[in-house]
Design a protein around this ligand. Structure first.
Ligand code: ADP
Ligand code: GN1
Ligand code: MG
Length: 383
């Protein structure tokens, strides 16, 4: 930690004595620590996070979003027989001043969450049931927040999944070539521009009102859902910084990007980057089950394309960051962002080859899900 962890911990209203904190998880954005505290001889744990305020420019507003969303979900879980709200939902622990976030003397923003015990996240999908569980959890998350009352959520990162704007940003980075890296990335750059027209498939339909705007998670990578170590079932959706208005397709697409491939996100041997069709089928089933009937036909029609679109969007972002000198995503080696971008473009090329097979899988999953709906799983009384 940049500060003495005890100093940060002391700012929070926790009825326990702080013991220690160690770096935790493999997120690309925030600094996450697992902290231990002593409560009358019992060890209790919390997640301490430093919010990346280069990425999230208005952390207080971001925390307001998370507070509203988590309290809304918790309210429903409280009414759900068999649910465990402390484990199935993040909760913010406030500071001693009653605020949602602590701002330290260096202008860094810190928050405290309940630690979800006995569960872990995965960077790569190692078994189709993980994909099924993650997709069901994210689908359910969308369903739980669909009726959030009150004002529209703040846009924590405006135009986050707006692929045409991401393409423009790449164009600018190529033109500037500020770090002289364009030559090395030429093939990747050409790959993207050959697909320029495809970038607007979702935004154009959102603009015309053909696709509905919903409250979505917007960062549905596999490691943003915690899976129970015993039962292997999804417990809790985490990383709520990007929860804001968007398309359901952004969420499904990002699941395909992370669960629907056989390799790590930064694999250097591109031959290892294949589509994991078993995981893809599990994703489609899990998502259609979790989202239980609220999806519009236009959304279901674009599920396969959304996988390619969000893979392209994130690939463009990694490539842009590489060209700009690695200013956004944490990197752990030179060229890391270019390696990540290349994995994404290879995955798209693989998906393009088997589009018809992927469509047949979604059609089958849609038929399966309508035969099995409505879902009786954990449905709160208030719905
Ligand atoms: P980032 O935005 O950097 O990805 P995350 O909020 O996703 O940050 O946290 C990084 C990792 O820390 C997660 O992938 C997860 O493994 C772990 N983690 C985060 N919050 C919790 C929590 N409340 N309980 C348990 N593990 C958590
Ligand atoms: C970041 O925060 P994390 O590691 O869960 C990024 C996502 C990217 C992802 C790529 C706020 O997610 O948009 O898809 O890396 N989050 C933000 O792995 O930019
Ligand atoms: Mg994360």
């Amino acid at each position: 930690m940049h500060h003495k962890p005890a100093e940060i911990a002391a700012q929070f209203d926790v009825p326990a004595r702080f013991v220690d904190a160690v770096p935790y998880g493999s997120g690309h954005i925030n600094d996450t620590y697992l902290s231990r505290w002593d409560r009358h001889g019992l060890c209790v744990r919390y997640i301490i996070q430093r919010i990346n305020h280069q990425v999230f420019k208005e952390p207080e507003r971001l925390m307001e979003n998370i507070d509203r969303v988590t309290r809304h979900i918790r309210g429903k879980l409280d009414l759900t027989p068999g649910a465990n709200p402390d484990r199935e939902c993040l909760s913010i622990l406030r500071t001693r001043d009653g605020t949602l976030v602590h701002v330290d003397d260096q202008g860094d923003y810190w928050r405290l969450y309940n630690f979800i015990d006995g569960a872990r996240s995965y960077d790569v999908c190692t078994a189709p049931h993980q994909a099924y569980e993650a997709a069901k959890a994210f689908g359910r998350f969308q369903r739980l927040v669909a009726d959030l009352p009150g004002a529209r959520l703040h846009d924590t990162i405006p135009f986050f999944h707006h692929t045409p704007r991401r393409l423009q940003a790449l164009e600018q980075a190529v033109r500037a070539d500020s770090h002289g890296r364009c030559a090395e990335a030429r093939e990747a750059i050409d790959f993207v521009f050959a697909r320029a027209e495809f970038t607007s498939i979702v935004t154009a339909l959102l603009d015309r009102g053909v696709l509905p705007e919903r409250i979505t998670h917007n960062d549905t990578k596999l490691n943003n859902v915690l899976i129970d170590e015993q039962t292997q079932r999804a417990v809790c959706v985490i990383d709520l910084d990007t929860v804001m208005n968007g398309s359901a397709l952004y969420d499904f697409g990002d699941m395909v990007r992370t669960c629907g491939r056989t390799s790590e996100e930064d694999e250097r041997d591109l031959a290892k980057v294949q589509v994991n069709l078993d995981a893809f089928e599990a994703l489609a089933r899990g998502y259609l089950e979790g989202a239980a009937g609220f999806l519009a036909p236009a959304e279901v029609e674009l599920l396969v394309a959304s996988g390619r679109l969000i893979t392209l969007t994130i690939g463009i972002r990694f490539l842009t960051d590489f060209l700009a000198g690695d200013v956004y995503f944490k990197i752990h080696r030179p060229g890391h962002n270019l390696d990540r971008a290349r994995v994404h473009f290879r995955l798209i090329a693989e998906m393009e080859k088997i589009e018809a097979r992927m469509q047949a899988i979604v059609d089958r999953a849609a038929a399966w899900s309508s035969a099995h709906s409505p879902s009786h799983e954990h449905r709160p009384h208030s719905c």
